[in-house]
Structures are given as structure tokens and as C-alpha cells.
Design a protein around this ligand. Structure first.
Ligand SMILES: C[S@@+](CC[C@H](N)C(=O)[O-])C[C@H]1O[C@@H](n2cnc3c(N)ncnc32)[C@H](O)[C@@H]1O
Length: 364
């Protein structure tokens, strides 16, 4: 939530149109290749789902008939294991388990008819996750083409106390004007997520390059769709782009984790990680970008330490007027401690925590 406009920009730059944004979702039209390309390339979206259909339902019969009328047989093969999940909000059909079971029955009934199967479906093939989402009596049916959420890039084997979701870390980088010719620092790097996402962006590496997706196994999707998307990702990666990225942290265990994660991502040599307190930070570049997710001081007793950390950061960055500084925190008095008002602030959710992304633009 809060990232819809960034996801929209990403969808647009992949070349898709008819984009509509709504709370927590971005809807667009794509051809078959879009299934693979969006899964591979979207850095800030959680999942890519195929919109099978939308209709109003006020009774279980409406739900059954509306579901059965959709072309499930175009996507789901006869041996599929069909797993239905659901949610319902402000609707007559409020019992989610009942809705799930009706949707499953309707899909099974459709497939039995299409494939001419009399008895039960075997369901011993690949998994197809269908979602029934009902909002104000409007039913939306989707098939999940991603599998595990897209934030799971496959590189974060190690994580610290409060790791940032990879999708949010990518969004923090995308919200800056950083380009890979410039220096980039995350002085609160933890497990290294922001620095790693910056490196992936800097070298135009598809964030999904290191993982698998459910739709790679879809029998009814031509194999060439995924093959071409993987090939395109390989072609577009710019492994020769030099990077100047530093991740530092007060905690040496965090630095070990961040290094291991960067190696897992194949970026081991590209990012510098260093154990250091933020007050000791002295970038050598005149121009640069600092992006960080410092502690927020939620635990009792942490407040003074957190305030001191923000003061230290403000003091250091005062000597770097050409650096742009971006800090995400839920602490309401960040600017006071940092010693300057942010040029711009943007509300972002870090999980369920409402935060402000404080943006200080460097002098030109
Ligand atoms: C919220 S975590 C960052 C999580 C990170 N973005 C990730 O994805 O794993 C905050 C980090 O700031 C570090 N930290 C706290 N105080 C610090 C200080 N004074 N100087 C440098 N790092 C500090 C902590 O060790 C912790 O790893």
C-alpha cells in the first residue's frame, strides 16, 4: 500500500497499457508474454495475477454460475491441483470458506465438462492458486502466476531483526533520482536489502532472475513465453555498469549477513559493506545519494539512542550539501533531531507501520 503509483510506472515502462490503479492493486492489459515479463521485472509489486473475471454475486448460486461461466479451461489443465483462497469484505457472501468451496466446485464442474471427465479430477499435477475476492458484492477471480510473493527474490538467506521487504527497498531506491554513475550509501544497511536492490537497479538486472514462478510450469502457456522473457532479461542486464554502492551498519553481524546476501545475489564484488557507526560516515564523493531505514525507536528505552542516531546523521550530512538524503522512519520528530526540514515527505507503509519517507534534495 502506498506503492501503487510506482508499480504503475513500472508496468508502463514495460510497455503495457490500459493501466488502472486502485487500493493495493494495479490492473493492466498484456499479451501472454506479459505474464513472464512482469513477474521477472516488477521490482515493487507483490504478485502478478491473471484477472479471470469480475461479476456481482448476492447468492451462492450467483457465485457458482458466475465462476463456471469463465474460461478456466484456457488456463488450467485436466490434472491441475486447484487451490482456492479467498477474502470477503462488506458483502452478502461473507463466509470465506463457503465461497472458496463454491468457487472450487464451479471450476471443477467447468473442467469436467470441458475435458469430458465424468468422475473426480485427479488433481495430481501442478498447483494453480485461484483467489476469490469479494468486495461490496463484486466478485473478482484471479489466478496467481507468481507463486511465492515477488519480494522473495531468492538472495536473502540471512536477515536481521527488522528487515525491509525487498519490494519496499526497491521502491525507496526508485523514489530517488539516483543514477548508477553516482555514489549510493545506506548507512543502516542491516541485511543489505536497499544496497542490493540499488545494485540490481543500477545494472538493470531483473529482480526475479534468481527464483522460480508458478506460471513457469503452466502446461497451457507456451514454453517460449518464459524462455523469451528469460532471454530478454539476460540481454538487458548491464553487468559492465560500474557501481559505487556502500552499505554500512554499526553491527558487524549485520555486515556479515549483508555480504552473504550480496554474494547470493551474484553481486558480491559490486557492493562495499563496512562496519561503521553513522557518525563516522565520510563519503569521498561530492555528489551522492543516501538512502536509509534506521531504527524507529519502538521499544521503550530506545528513544534517546534513536534520537542521537538521527542527530549524528544530520551532523554528518550537513557537510555534504550536494548529497540527497532519503530516510524512512515512523519516528515523528525525525526532522527535529536531524536538524532540517525535509524537502518532501511521502507516507509509506512498512508492513503495518505507517512511516514517512523524508526526502532532502541535494544542491545542484
Ligand atoms: C531497521 S534496521 C535496517 C534493516 C535493513 N534495511 C534491512 O533490510 O535489513 C536498522 C539498522 O540500523 C543499524 N544501526 C542502528 N544504529 C546505528 C548507528 N548509530 N550507526 C549505524 N547503524 C546503526 C542497526 O544495527 C540495524 O541493522
Amino acid at each position: 500500500m502506498g506503492l501503487e503509483s510506482i508499480v504503475k510506472d513500472e508496468v508502463k515502462s514495460l510497455g503495457y497499457s490500459q493501466i488502472q490503479t486502485d487500493n493495493g492493486k494495479v490492473q493492466f492489459e498484456a499479451d501472454l508474454s506479459g505474464i513472464a515479463r512482469t513477474n521477472l521485472w516488477l521490482r515493487t509489486a507483490d504478485r502478478v495475477k491473471l484477472l479471470m473475471g469480475e461479476f456481482d454475486a448476492f447468492s451462492f448460486e450467483d457465485l457458482f454460475e458466475g465462476t463456471k461461466a469463465l474460461p478456466w479451461d484456457q488456463w488450467i489443465p485436466r490434472d491441475a491441483f486447484i487451490h482456492v483462497v479467498g477474502k470477503s469484505h462488506k458483502s452478502k457472501l461473507y463466509s470465506v470458506p463457503d465461497c472458496q468451496s463454491i468457487v472450487k466446485k464451479a471450476i471443477v464442474s467447468k473442467l469436467q465438462e470441458s475435458y469430458g471427465i465424468r468422475g473426480r479430477l485427479e488433481e495430481d499435477g501442478d498447483k494453480y492458486k485461484v483467489e476469490v475476492a469479494i468486495l461490496k458484492d463484486k466478485v473478482t477471480l484471479t489466478i496467481d502466476s507468481s507463486g511465492t510473493g515477488l519480494h522473495k527474490r531468492g538472495y536473502r538467506a540471512h536477515q536481521g531483526d527488522a528487515p525491509l521487504k525487498e519490494t519496499l527497498a526497491a521502491a525507496l531506491v526508485k523514489l530517488t533520482n539516483w543514477t548508477p554513475e553516482h555514489a549510493f550509501v545506506d548507512p543502516f544497511t542491516g541485511s543489505g536489502t536497499i544496497a542490493i536492490e540499488a545494485a540490481l537497479i543500477g545494472q538493470n538486472i531483473a529482480p526475479g532472475f534468481n527464483r522460480e514462478f508458478d506460471s513457469e510450469n503452466w502446461d497451457l502457456l507456451p514454453r517460449s513465453v518464459w524462455d523469451q522473457a528469460w532471454e530478454e532479461a539476460e540481454d538487458l542486464a548491464n553487468y559492465d555498469q560500474p557501481l559505487n554502492i556502500l552499505g554500512s551498519d554499526i553491527d558487524h553481524r549485520a555486515i556479515e549477513m549483508a555480504k552473504a546476501n550480496a554474494i547470493e545475489a551474484g553481486l558480491g564484488d559490486l557492493i562495499d559493506f563496512k562496519q561503521m557507526q553513522v557518525r563516522d560516515l565520510r563519503p569521498s564523493d561530492e555528489i551522492g545519494y543516501l538512502v536509509g531505514n534506521p531504527p524507529y525507536g519502538e521499544r521503550i528505552g530506545d528513544k534517546n539512542v534513536v534520537e542521537q542516531t538521527y542527530r549524528d546523521l544530520g551532523k554528518v550530512m550537513k557537510d555534504y550539501p550536494k548529497w540527497s538524503v532519503y530516510i524512512m522512519t515512523a519516528y515523528p520528530y525525525f526532522e527535529k533531531c536531524y536538524g532540517a526540514k525535509a524537502t518532501k515527505k511521502r507516507k509509506l507503509f512498512n508492513g503495518f507501520i505507517k512511516t514517512d519517507y523524508h526526502q532532502y534534495f541535494g544542491k545542484k
